[in-house]
Design a protein around this ligand. Structure first.
Ligand code: GLU
Length: 307
């Protein structure tokens, strides 16, 4: 499909979602996130050949929040391998909330909820938190093809001060031997990763690399191992939209991941990556308007991978 046609259908999806612009609420449990502009929105589609189409604000940097869980998983898989990763974290969706401590029995249900991502953060290699965090930033620079990967310090401090639930999860995981390192350091890395700031173009570029089987969009470099891409996309399809993952997959039909910052990334293998941004969330923590835009685009651009 040519870019002009994509732009027309994207704008149509945006205007069809406009009635939802006051629906949902900001993630005020992280005090600093209560300050973002609720009516901001953006959509970006990047094809696997690098072509790009955007609508709305494509420059504003927002915290990627749980979209970092995709990177945590990719890095854990690359650093220690699938066998070790899935000895520490499960592969199944859960009916519980993303920050619930309840799905943890011997291990977290999956790597795309908080307990699972705190676990994968503990598997990222590096001799200290700074070194691990710098490796995450470097990876994101390569995947987004951008040097402008930022750290939103106010959001990090705001969450660090209030994150009793994630602190409890980290210490619990340590107590049952899932986390082998210092729980406080792992929590720190997890919260830092959530506070990384990117815009929709950078996130859609990362999604397009995943859609391209892990290869850079010029086809020259392998940025993520193909097996790791396969596992990551399968888990995004099964668990990427919290306790709504099944319903969302029926409606939208491609692997996705949302974050409470208001972004959603979607991957259409072999075709393109998409990122939406709109910070008002439903009760599961998914962007209300983002979901509607992706649902509309899935239909009008024929992106559902199942039909
Ligand atoms: N930093 C957030 C938390 O741990 C991420 C949650 C999300 O985006 O779903 O609560």
């Amino acid at each position: 499909m040519d870019l002009k046609k994509i732009k027309v259908l994207m704008e149509e999806a945006v205007s069809n979602s406009e009635y939802l612009k006051n629906e949902g609420s900001l993630a005020t449990y992280i005090p600093e996130l209560a300050k973002v502009r609720a009516d901001n929105y953006g959509v970006c589609l990047v094809k696997t050949n690098g072509d790009i189409v955007t609508s709305g604000d494509s420059e504003i940097k927002f915290s990627i929040q749980s979209i970092s869980k995709v990177i945590d998983l990719i890095m854990a898989l690359e650093d220690v391998g699938e066998e070790k990763v899935f000895s520490k974290v499960g592969t199944e969706p859960t009916e519980y909330k993303f920050n619930s401590i309840r799905p943890i029995k011997e291990k977290a249900a999956n790597p795309l909820i908080n307990a699972g991502a705190i676990t994968t953060c503990s598997l990222i290699k590096g001799s200290n938190v700074d070194e691990k965090f710098n490796r995450v930033i470097d990876k994101l620079k390569k995947l987004s093809d951008s040097d402008d990967v930022v750290f939103l310090e106010e959001i990090y401090h705001s969450e660090m001060k209030t994150t009793d639930i994630n602190r409890s999860i980290a210490y619990y995981l340590k107590s049952i031997g899932i986390i082998e390192d210092d729980a406080e350091g792992i929590l720190d890395l997890y919260i830092r990763n959530c506070a990384i700031g990117l815009n929709i173009k950078e996130l859609a570029h990362i999604a397009a690399v995943l859609a391209n089987g892990g290869k850079s969009l010029d086809g020259k470099d392998v940025l993520i191992d193909k097996e790791v891409v396969k596992t990551t996309l399968a888990l995004m399809a099964a668990c990427g939209m919290y306790e709504e993952s099944g319903k969302y997959l029926i409606d939208v039909g491609f692997p996705s991941k949302s974050g409470v910052g208001g972004a959603i990334i979607g991957i259409i293998p072999g075709k393109c990556g998409i990122c939406t941004y709109s910070p008002r969330l439903d009760s599961s923590g998914n962007s209300v308007r983002g979901k509607k835009i992706l649902s509309e685009m899935s239909k009008s651009l024929d992106l559902n991978i199942f039909i």
